[in-house]
Design a protein around this ligand. Structure first.
Ligand SMILES: [Zn+2]
Ligand SMILES: [Zn+2]
Length: 345
């Protein structure tokens, strides 16, 4: 079978790989489609830990193709998604009940073989069944949406009156839809790509700002600033935009140093800074919000590549042209078998 393999940092290749065999408590999933997320790019660049050689990818929708001997909760043919990783269950942190911070977390596409392949094996216990009304194109974004839900759960509700959202990519445009639901008009999207900003407007962003232009006049005017951009300068921008007593939520991953951040501003504004990693416990809600039409995924899919061009898909994600939001990799063997009916949206 074909798989996109990370051989070393910044070196990935489409290769023939053996079809995995599921262990007793695992299932073999046949990929239908996968999405490339920012974390895949961090893994490729070496900014996020990984154990190459390893098959890349962690966000997907697929069909159960085979089940291990000890698996009884799920059957062949079930349409599934799953978290991108799972706790080891045995380390000190897991044993004290804090699986979110597991010291030996198994992560698809970084520490164990991932989903940019025709087939991949995952523990049966982590799978979620995709409901009838959600198609594979929608389901492949469930994990990113769960990441947004987990991030928002970090902010005390009463604080979220007036929110600035930094970034206009896939994560930000999912987050925007969640914020619209709870806050109505009090969300401002700061983007750096006109096409992405336009999608944000179509998805109901009440106010948008082109963050490539000066926006000093907005400094100090937001109770909550959410950084989905994951750029070094966005943390500085977030600190500038936050009001006195405001909260910063760091939902994007930037691994480079931040210039121009004046620490005394944190002191004078008495800012609260929250980080959010992963999505533990929010997957089922994410699938439900796609199913009930709260969140639209399809307008975010900007590019499609078949699995045998997964290396080109990765290249497109690493070198985005204007308007690039979600790049989807399709297993061409499966595309024609997608018999589900997406809701008209
Ligand atoms: Zn991801
Ligand atoms: Zn653990």
């Amino acid at each position: 079978m074909q798989a996109l393999r990370l051989l070393a940092p910044q070196q990935a290749e489409l290769q023939e790989a053996p079809k995995p065999r599921p262990d007793r408590d695992e299932v073999l999933v046949r990929l239908v489609c996968a999405g490339i997320c920012g974390t895949d790019l961090e893994i490729f660049n070496g900014a996020f830990p990984s154990r190459p050689p390893v098959t890349m990818g962690h966000e997907y929708a697929g069909v159960v193709a085979e089940v291990g001997d000890a698996v009884s909760n799920i059957s062949v043919g079930t349409r599934v998604v799953s978290p991108g990783g799972w706790p080891c269950g045995q380390c000190h942190t897991c044993l004290r009940g804090d699986a979110q911070h597991c010291e030996d977390r198994r992560v698809l596409g970084s520490s164990v073989n991932g989903v940019f392949a025709e087939y991949f094996a995952v523990p049966a216990k982590i799978l979620l069944q995709v409901p009838e009304g959600v198609d594979f194109d929608e389901a492949q974004s469930a994990l990113s949406l769960a990441v947004c839900l987990r991030a928002l759960s970090r902010i005390p509700r009463s604080y979220s009156r007036n929110v600035a959202l930094l970034g206009s990519g896939h994560l930000a445009l999912l987050m925007l839809q969640l914020l619209r639901r709870t806050l109505g008009g009090n969300v401002t999207l700061f983007g750096t790509d006109s096409d992405q900003i336009e999608i944000g407007r179509e998805l109901g962003a009440p106010e948008t700002v082109d963050a490539r232009l000066p926006f000093e006049d907005r400094a100090g005017s937001f109770d909550v600033v959410i950084d989905c951009a994951g750029k070094a300068e966005s943390l500085r921008q977030a600190v500038d935009l936050a009001a006195i007593g405001g909260t910063l939520l760091i939902a994007g991953v930037a691994d480079n140093l931040t210039d121009g951040l004046r620490p005394s501003v944190l002191y004078h504004k008495e800012l609260t800074i929250l980080g959010s990693r992963g999505a533990l416990g929010h997957y089922a809600e994410a699938v439900r919000l796609i199913d009930n039409g709260t969140v639209f995924v399809k307008p975010l899919i900007s590019h499609r590549f078949s699995l045998h061009r997964a290396d080109s898909a990765l290249h497109a994600a690493l070198n985005p042209t204007p308007g690039t939001v979600r790049i989807v990799i399709e297993n061409e063997l499966e595309a024609s078998q997608d018999g589900s009916h997406a809701k008209e949206r």
